[in-house]
Design a protein around this ligand. Structure first.
Ligand code: GLN
Length: 252
């Protein structure tokens, strides 16, 4: 078995360790004896989505997102078709925003792929801090680091999780990210996957199911260190969750 991972515009979208997500995908496949090929796509490259099993779209600054926006226009239809055909995508922060209709900054409006029915609008106060989510998809909390000026309005989409500690999609400490078909879109950097092995395995399993059928062997890993890393963050904030929620309510 083999999965092909497409890393889109890694030279432009690579904030706060997003590249580490690729290493995590690769390692967790390797530990299970599954082959993995990572292809980096740069500006001007043609992408054949029929040969792709997982797409990673990382985070970037407003300036870099503007450049990527021009590239995305060229692959918009193929990318959308890939998602609608259950293609697996992990989109982080700037990448998450670009899956939506637009990202309006203080100076311009950056067109998105329109794959998700969401939009993002910039506000001067940046949302920067550790964040913890509770998600119906997982027993373990999802932990990470958020740093964004954009507020993402997700309409009727399903969020990735409820914010236990942190600010989330619109800075109000309610919900974070989006799950749509086999797409996980989130503001969580860190990188996200090494300390959230449950999220990594969820995406890998979806990609394997799509390619090889649902009865492929995908044994759980021990994850002693990964769980300890996740729990370290959770434990650090576990008794502060409600305090932060109260502070946010007061600020609104
Ligand atoms: N430029 C976007 C924002 O500030 C995304 C930043 C990021 O990817 N961290 O909202």
């Amino acid at each position: 078995m083999k999965l092909n991972i497409a890393h889109l515009y890694p030279d432009l979208l690579n904030l706060y360790g997003d590249r580490g997500n690729i290493q995590c995908f690769r390692k967790r496949l390797e530990w299970r004896g599954i082959e993995c090929e990572v292809t980096q796509y740069l500006q001007g490259d043609t992408i054949d989505f029929s040969d792709v099993d997982i797409v990673l779209l990382g985070g970037g600054s407003d300036r870099e997102q503007e450049i990527v926006c021009e590239e995305l226009k060229k692959i918009k239809d193929d990318f959308k078709e890939y998602v609608e055909n259950d293609g697996v995508v992990l989109a982080v922060c700037g990448g998450y925003q670009l899956l939506g209709k637009y990202y309006k900054t203080n100076t311009k409006s950056i067109e998105g792929l329109g794959i998700l029915d969401i939009y993002t609008e910039w506000e001067p106060e940046r949302l920067i801090q550790n964040i913890i989510l509770e998600s119906d998809l997982f027993d373990m909390p999802i932990v990470g680091f958020e740093n964004h000026g954009g507020r993402t309005y997700i309409g009727n989409h399903t969020p990735l999780g409820k914010v236990f500690y942190g600010l989330g999609n619109i800075g109000k400490g309610d919900f974070e990210g989006v799950v749509y078909k086999n797409v996980i879109a989130t503001y969580l950097h860190g990188p996200l996957l090494p300390k959230n092995p449950q999220v990594c395995d969820y995406l890998l399993k979806k990609a394997l199911d799509r390619k090889y059928g649902t009865d492929v062997e995908f044994a759980p890993l021990e994850d002693e260190m990964e769980k300890a890393a996740n729990n370290y963050i959770y434990a650090r904030y576990s008794n502060k969750g409600n305090v932060l929620q109260e502070n946010i309510k007061k600020r609104l």
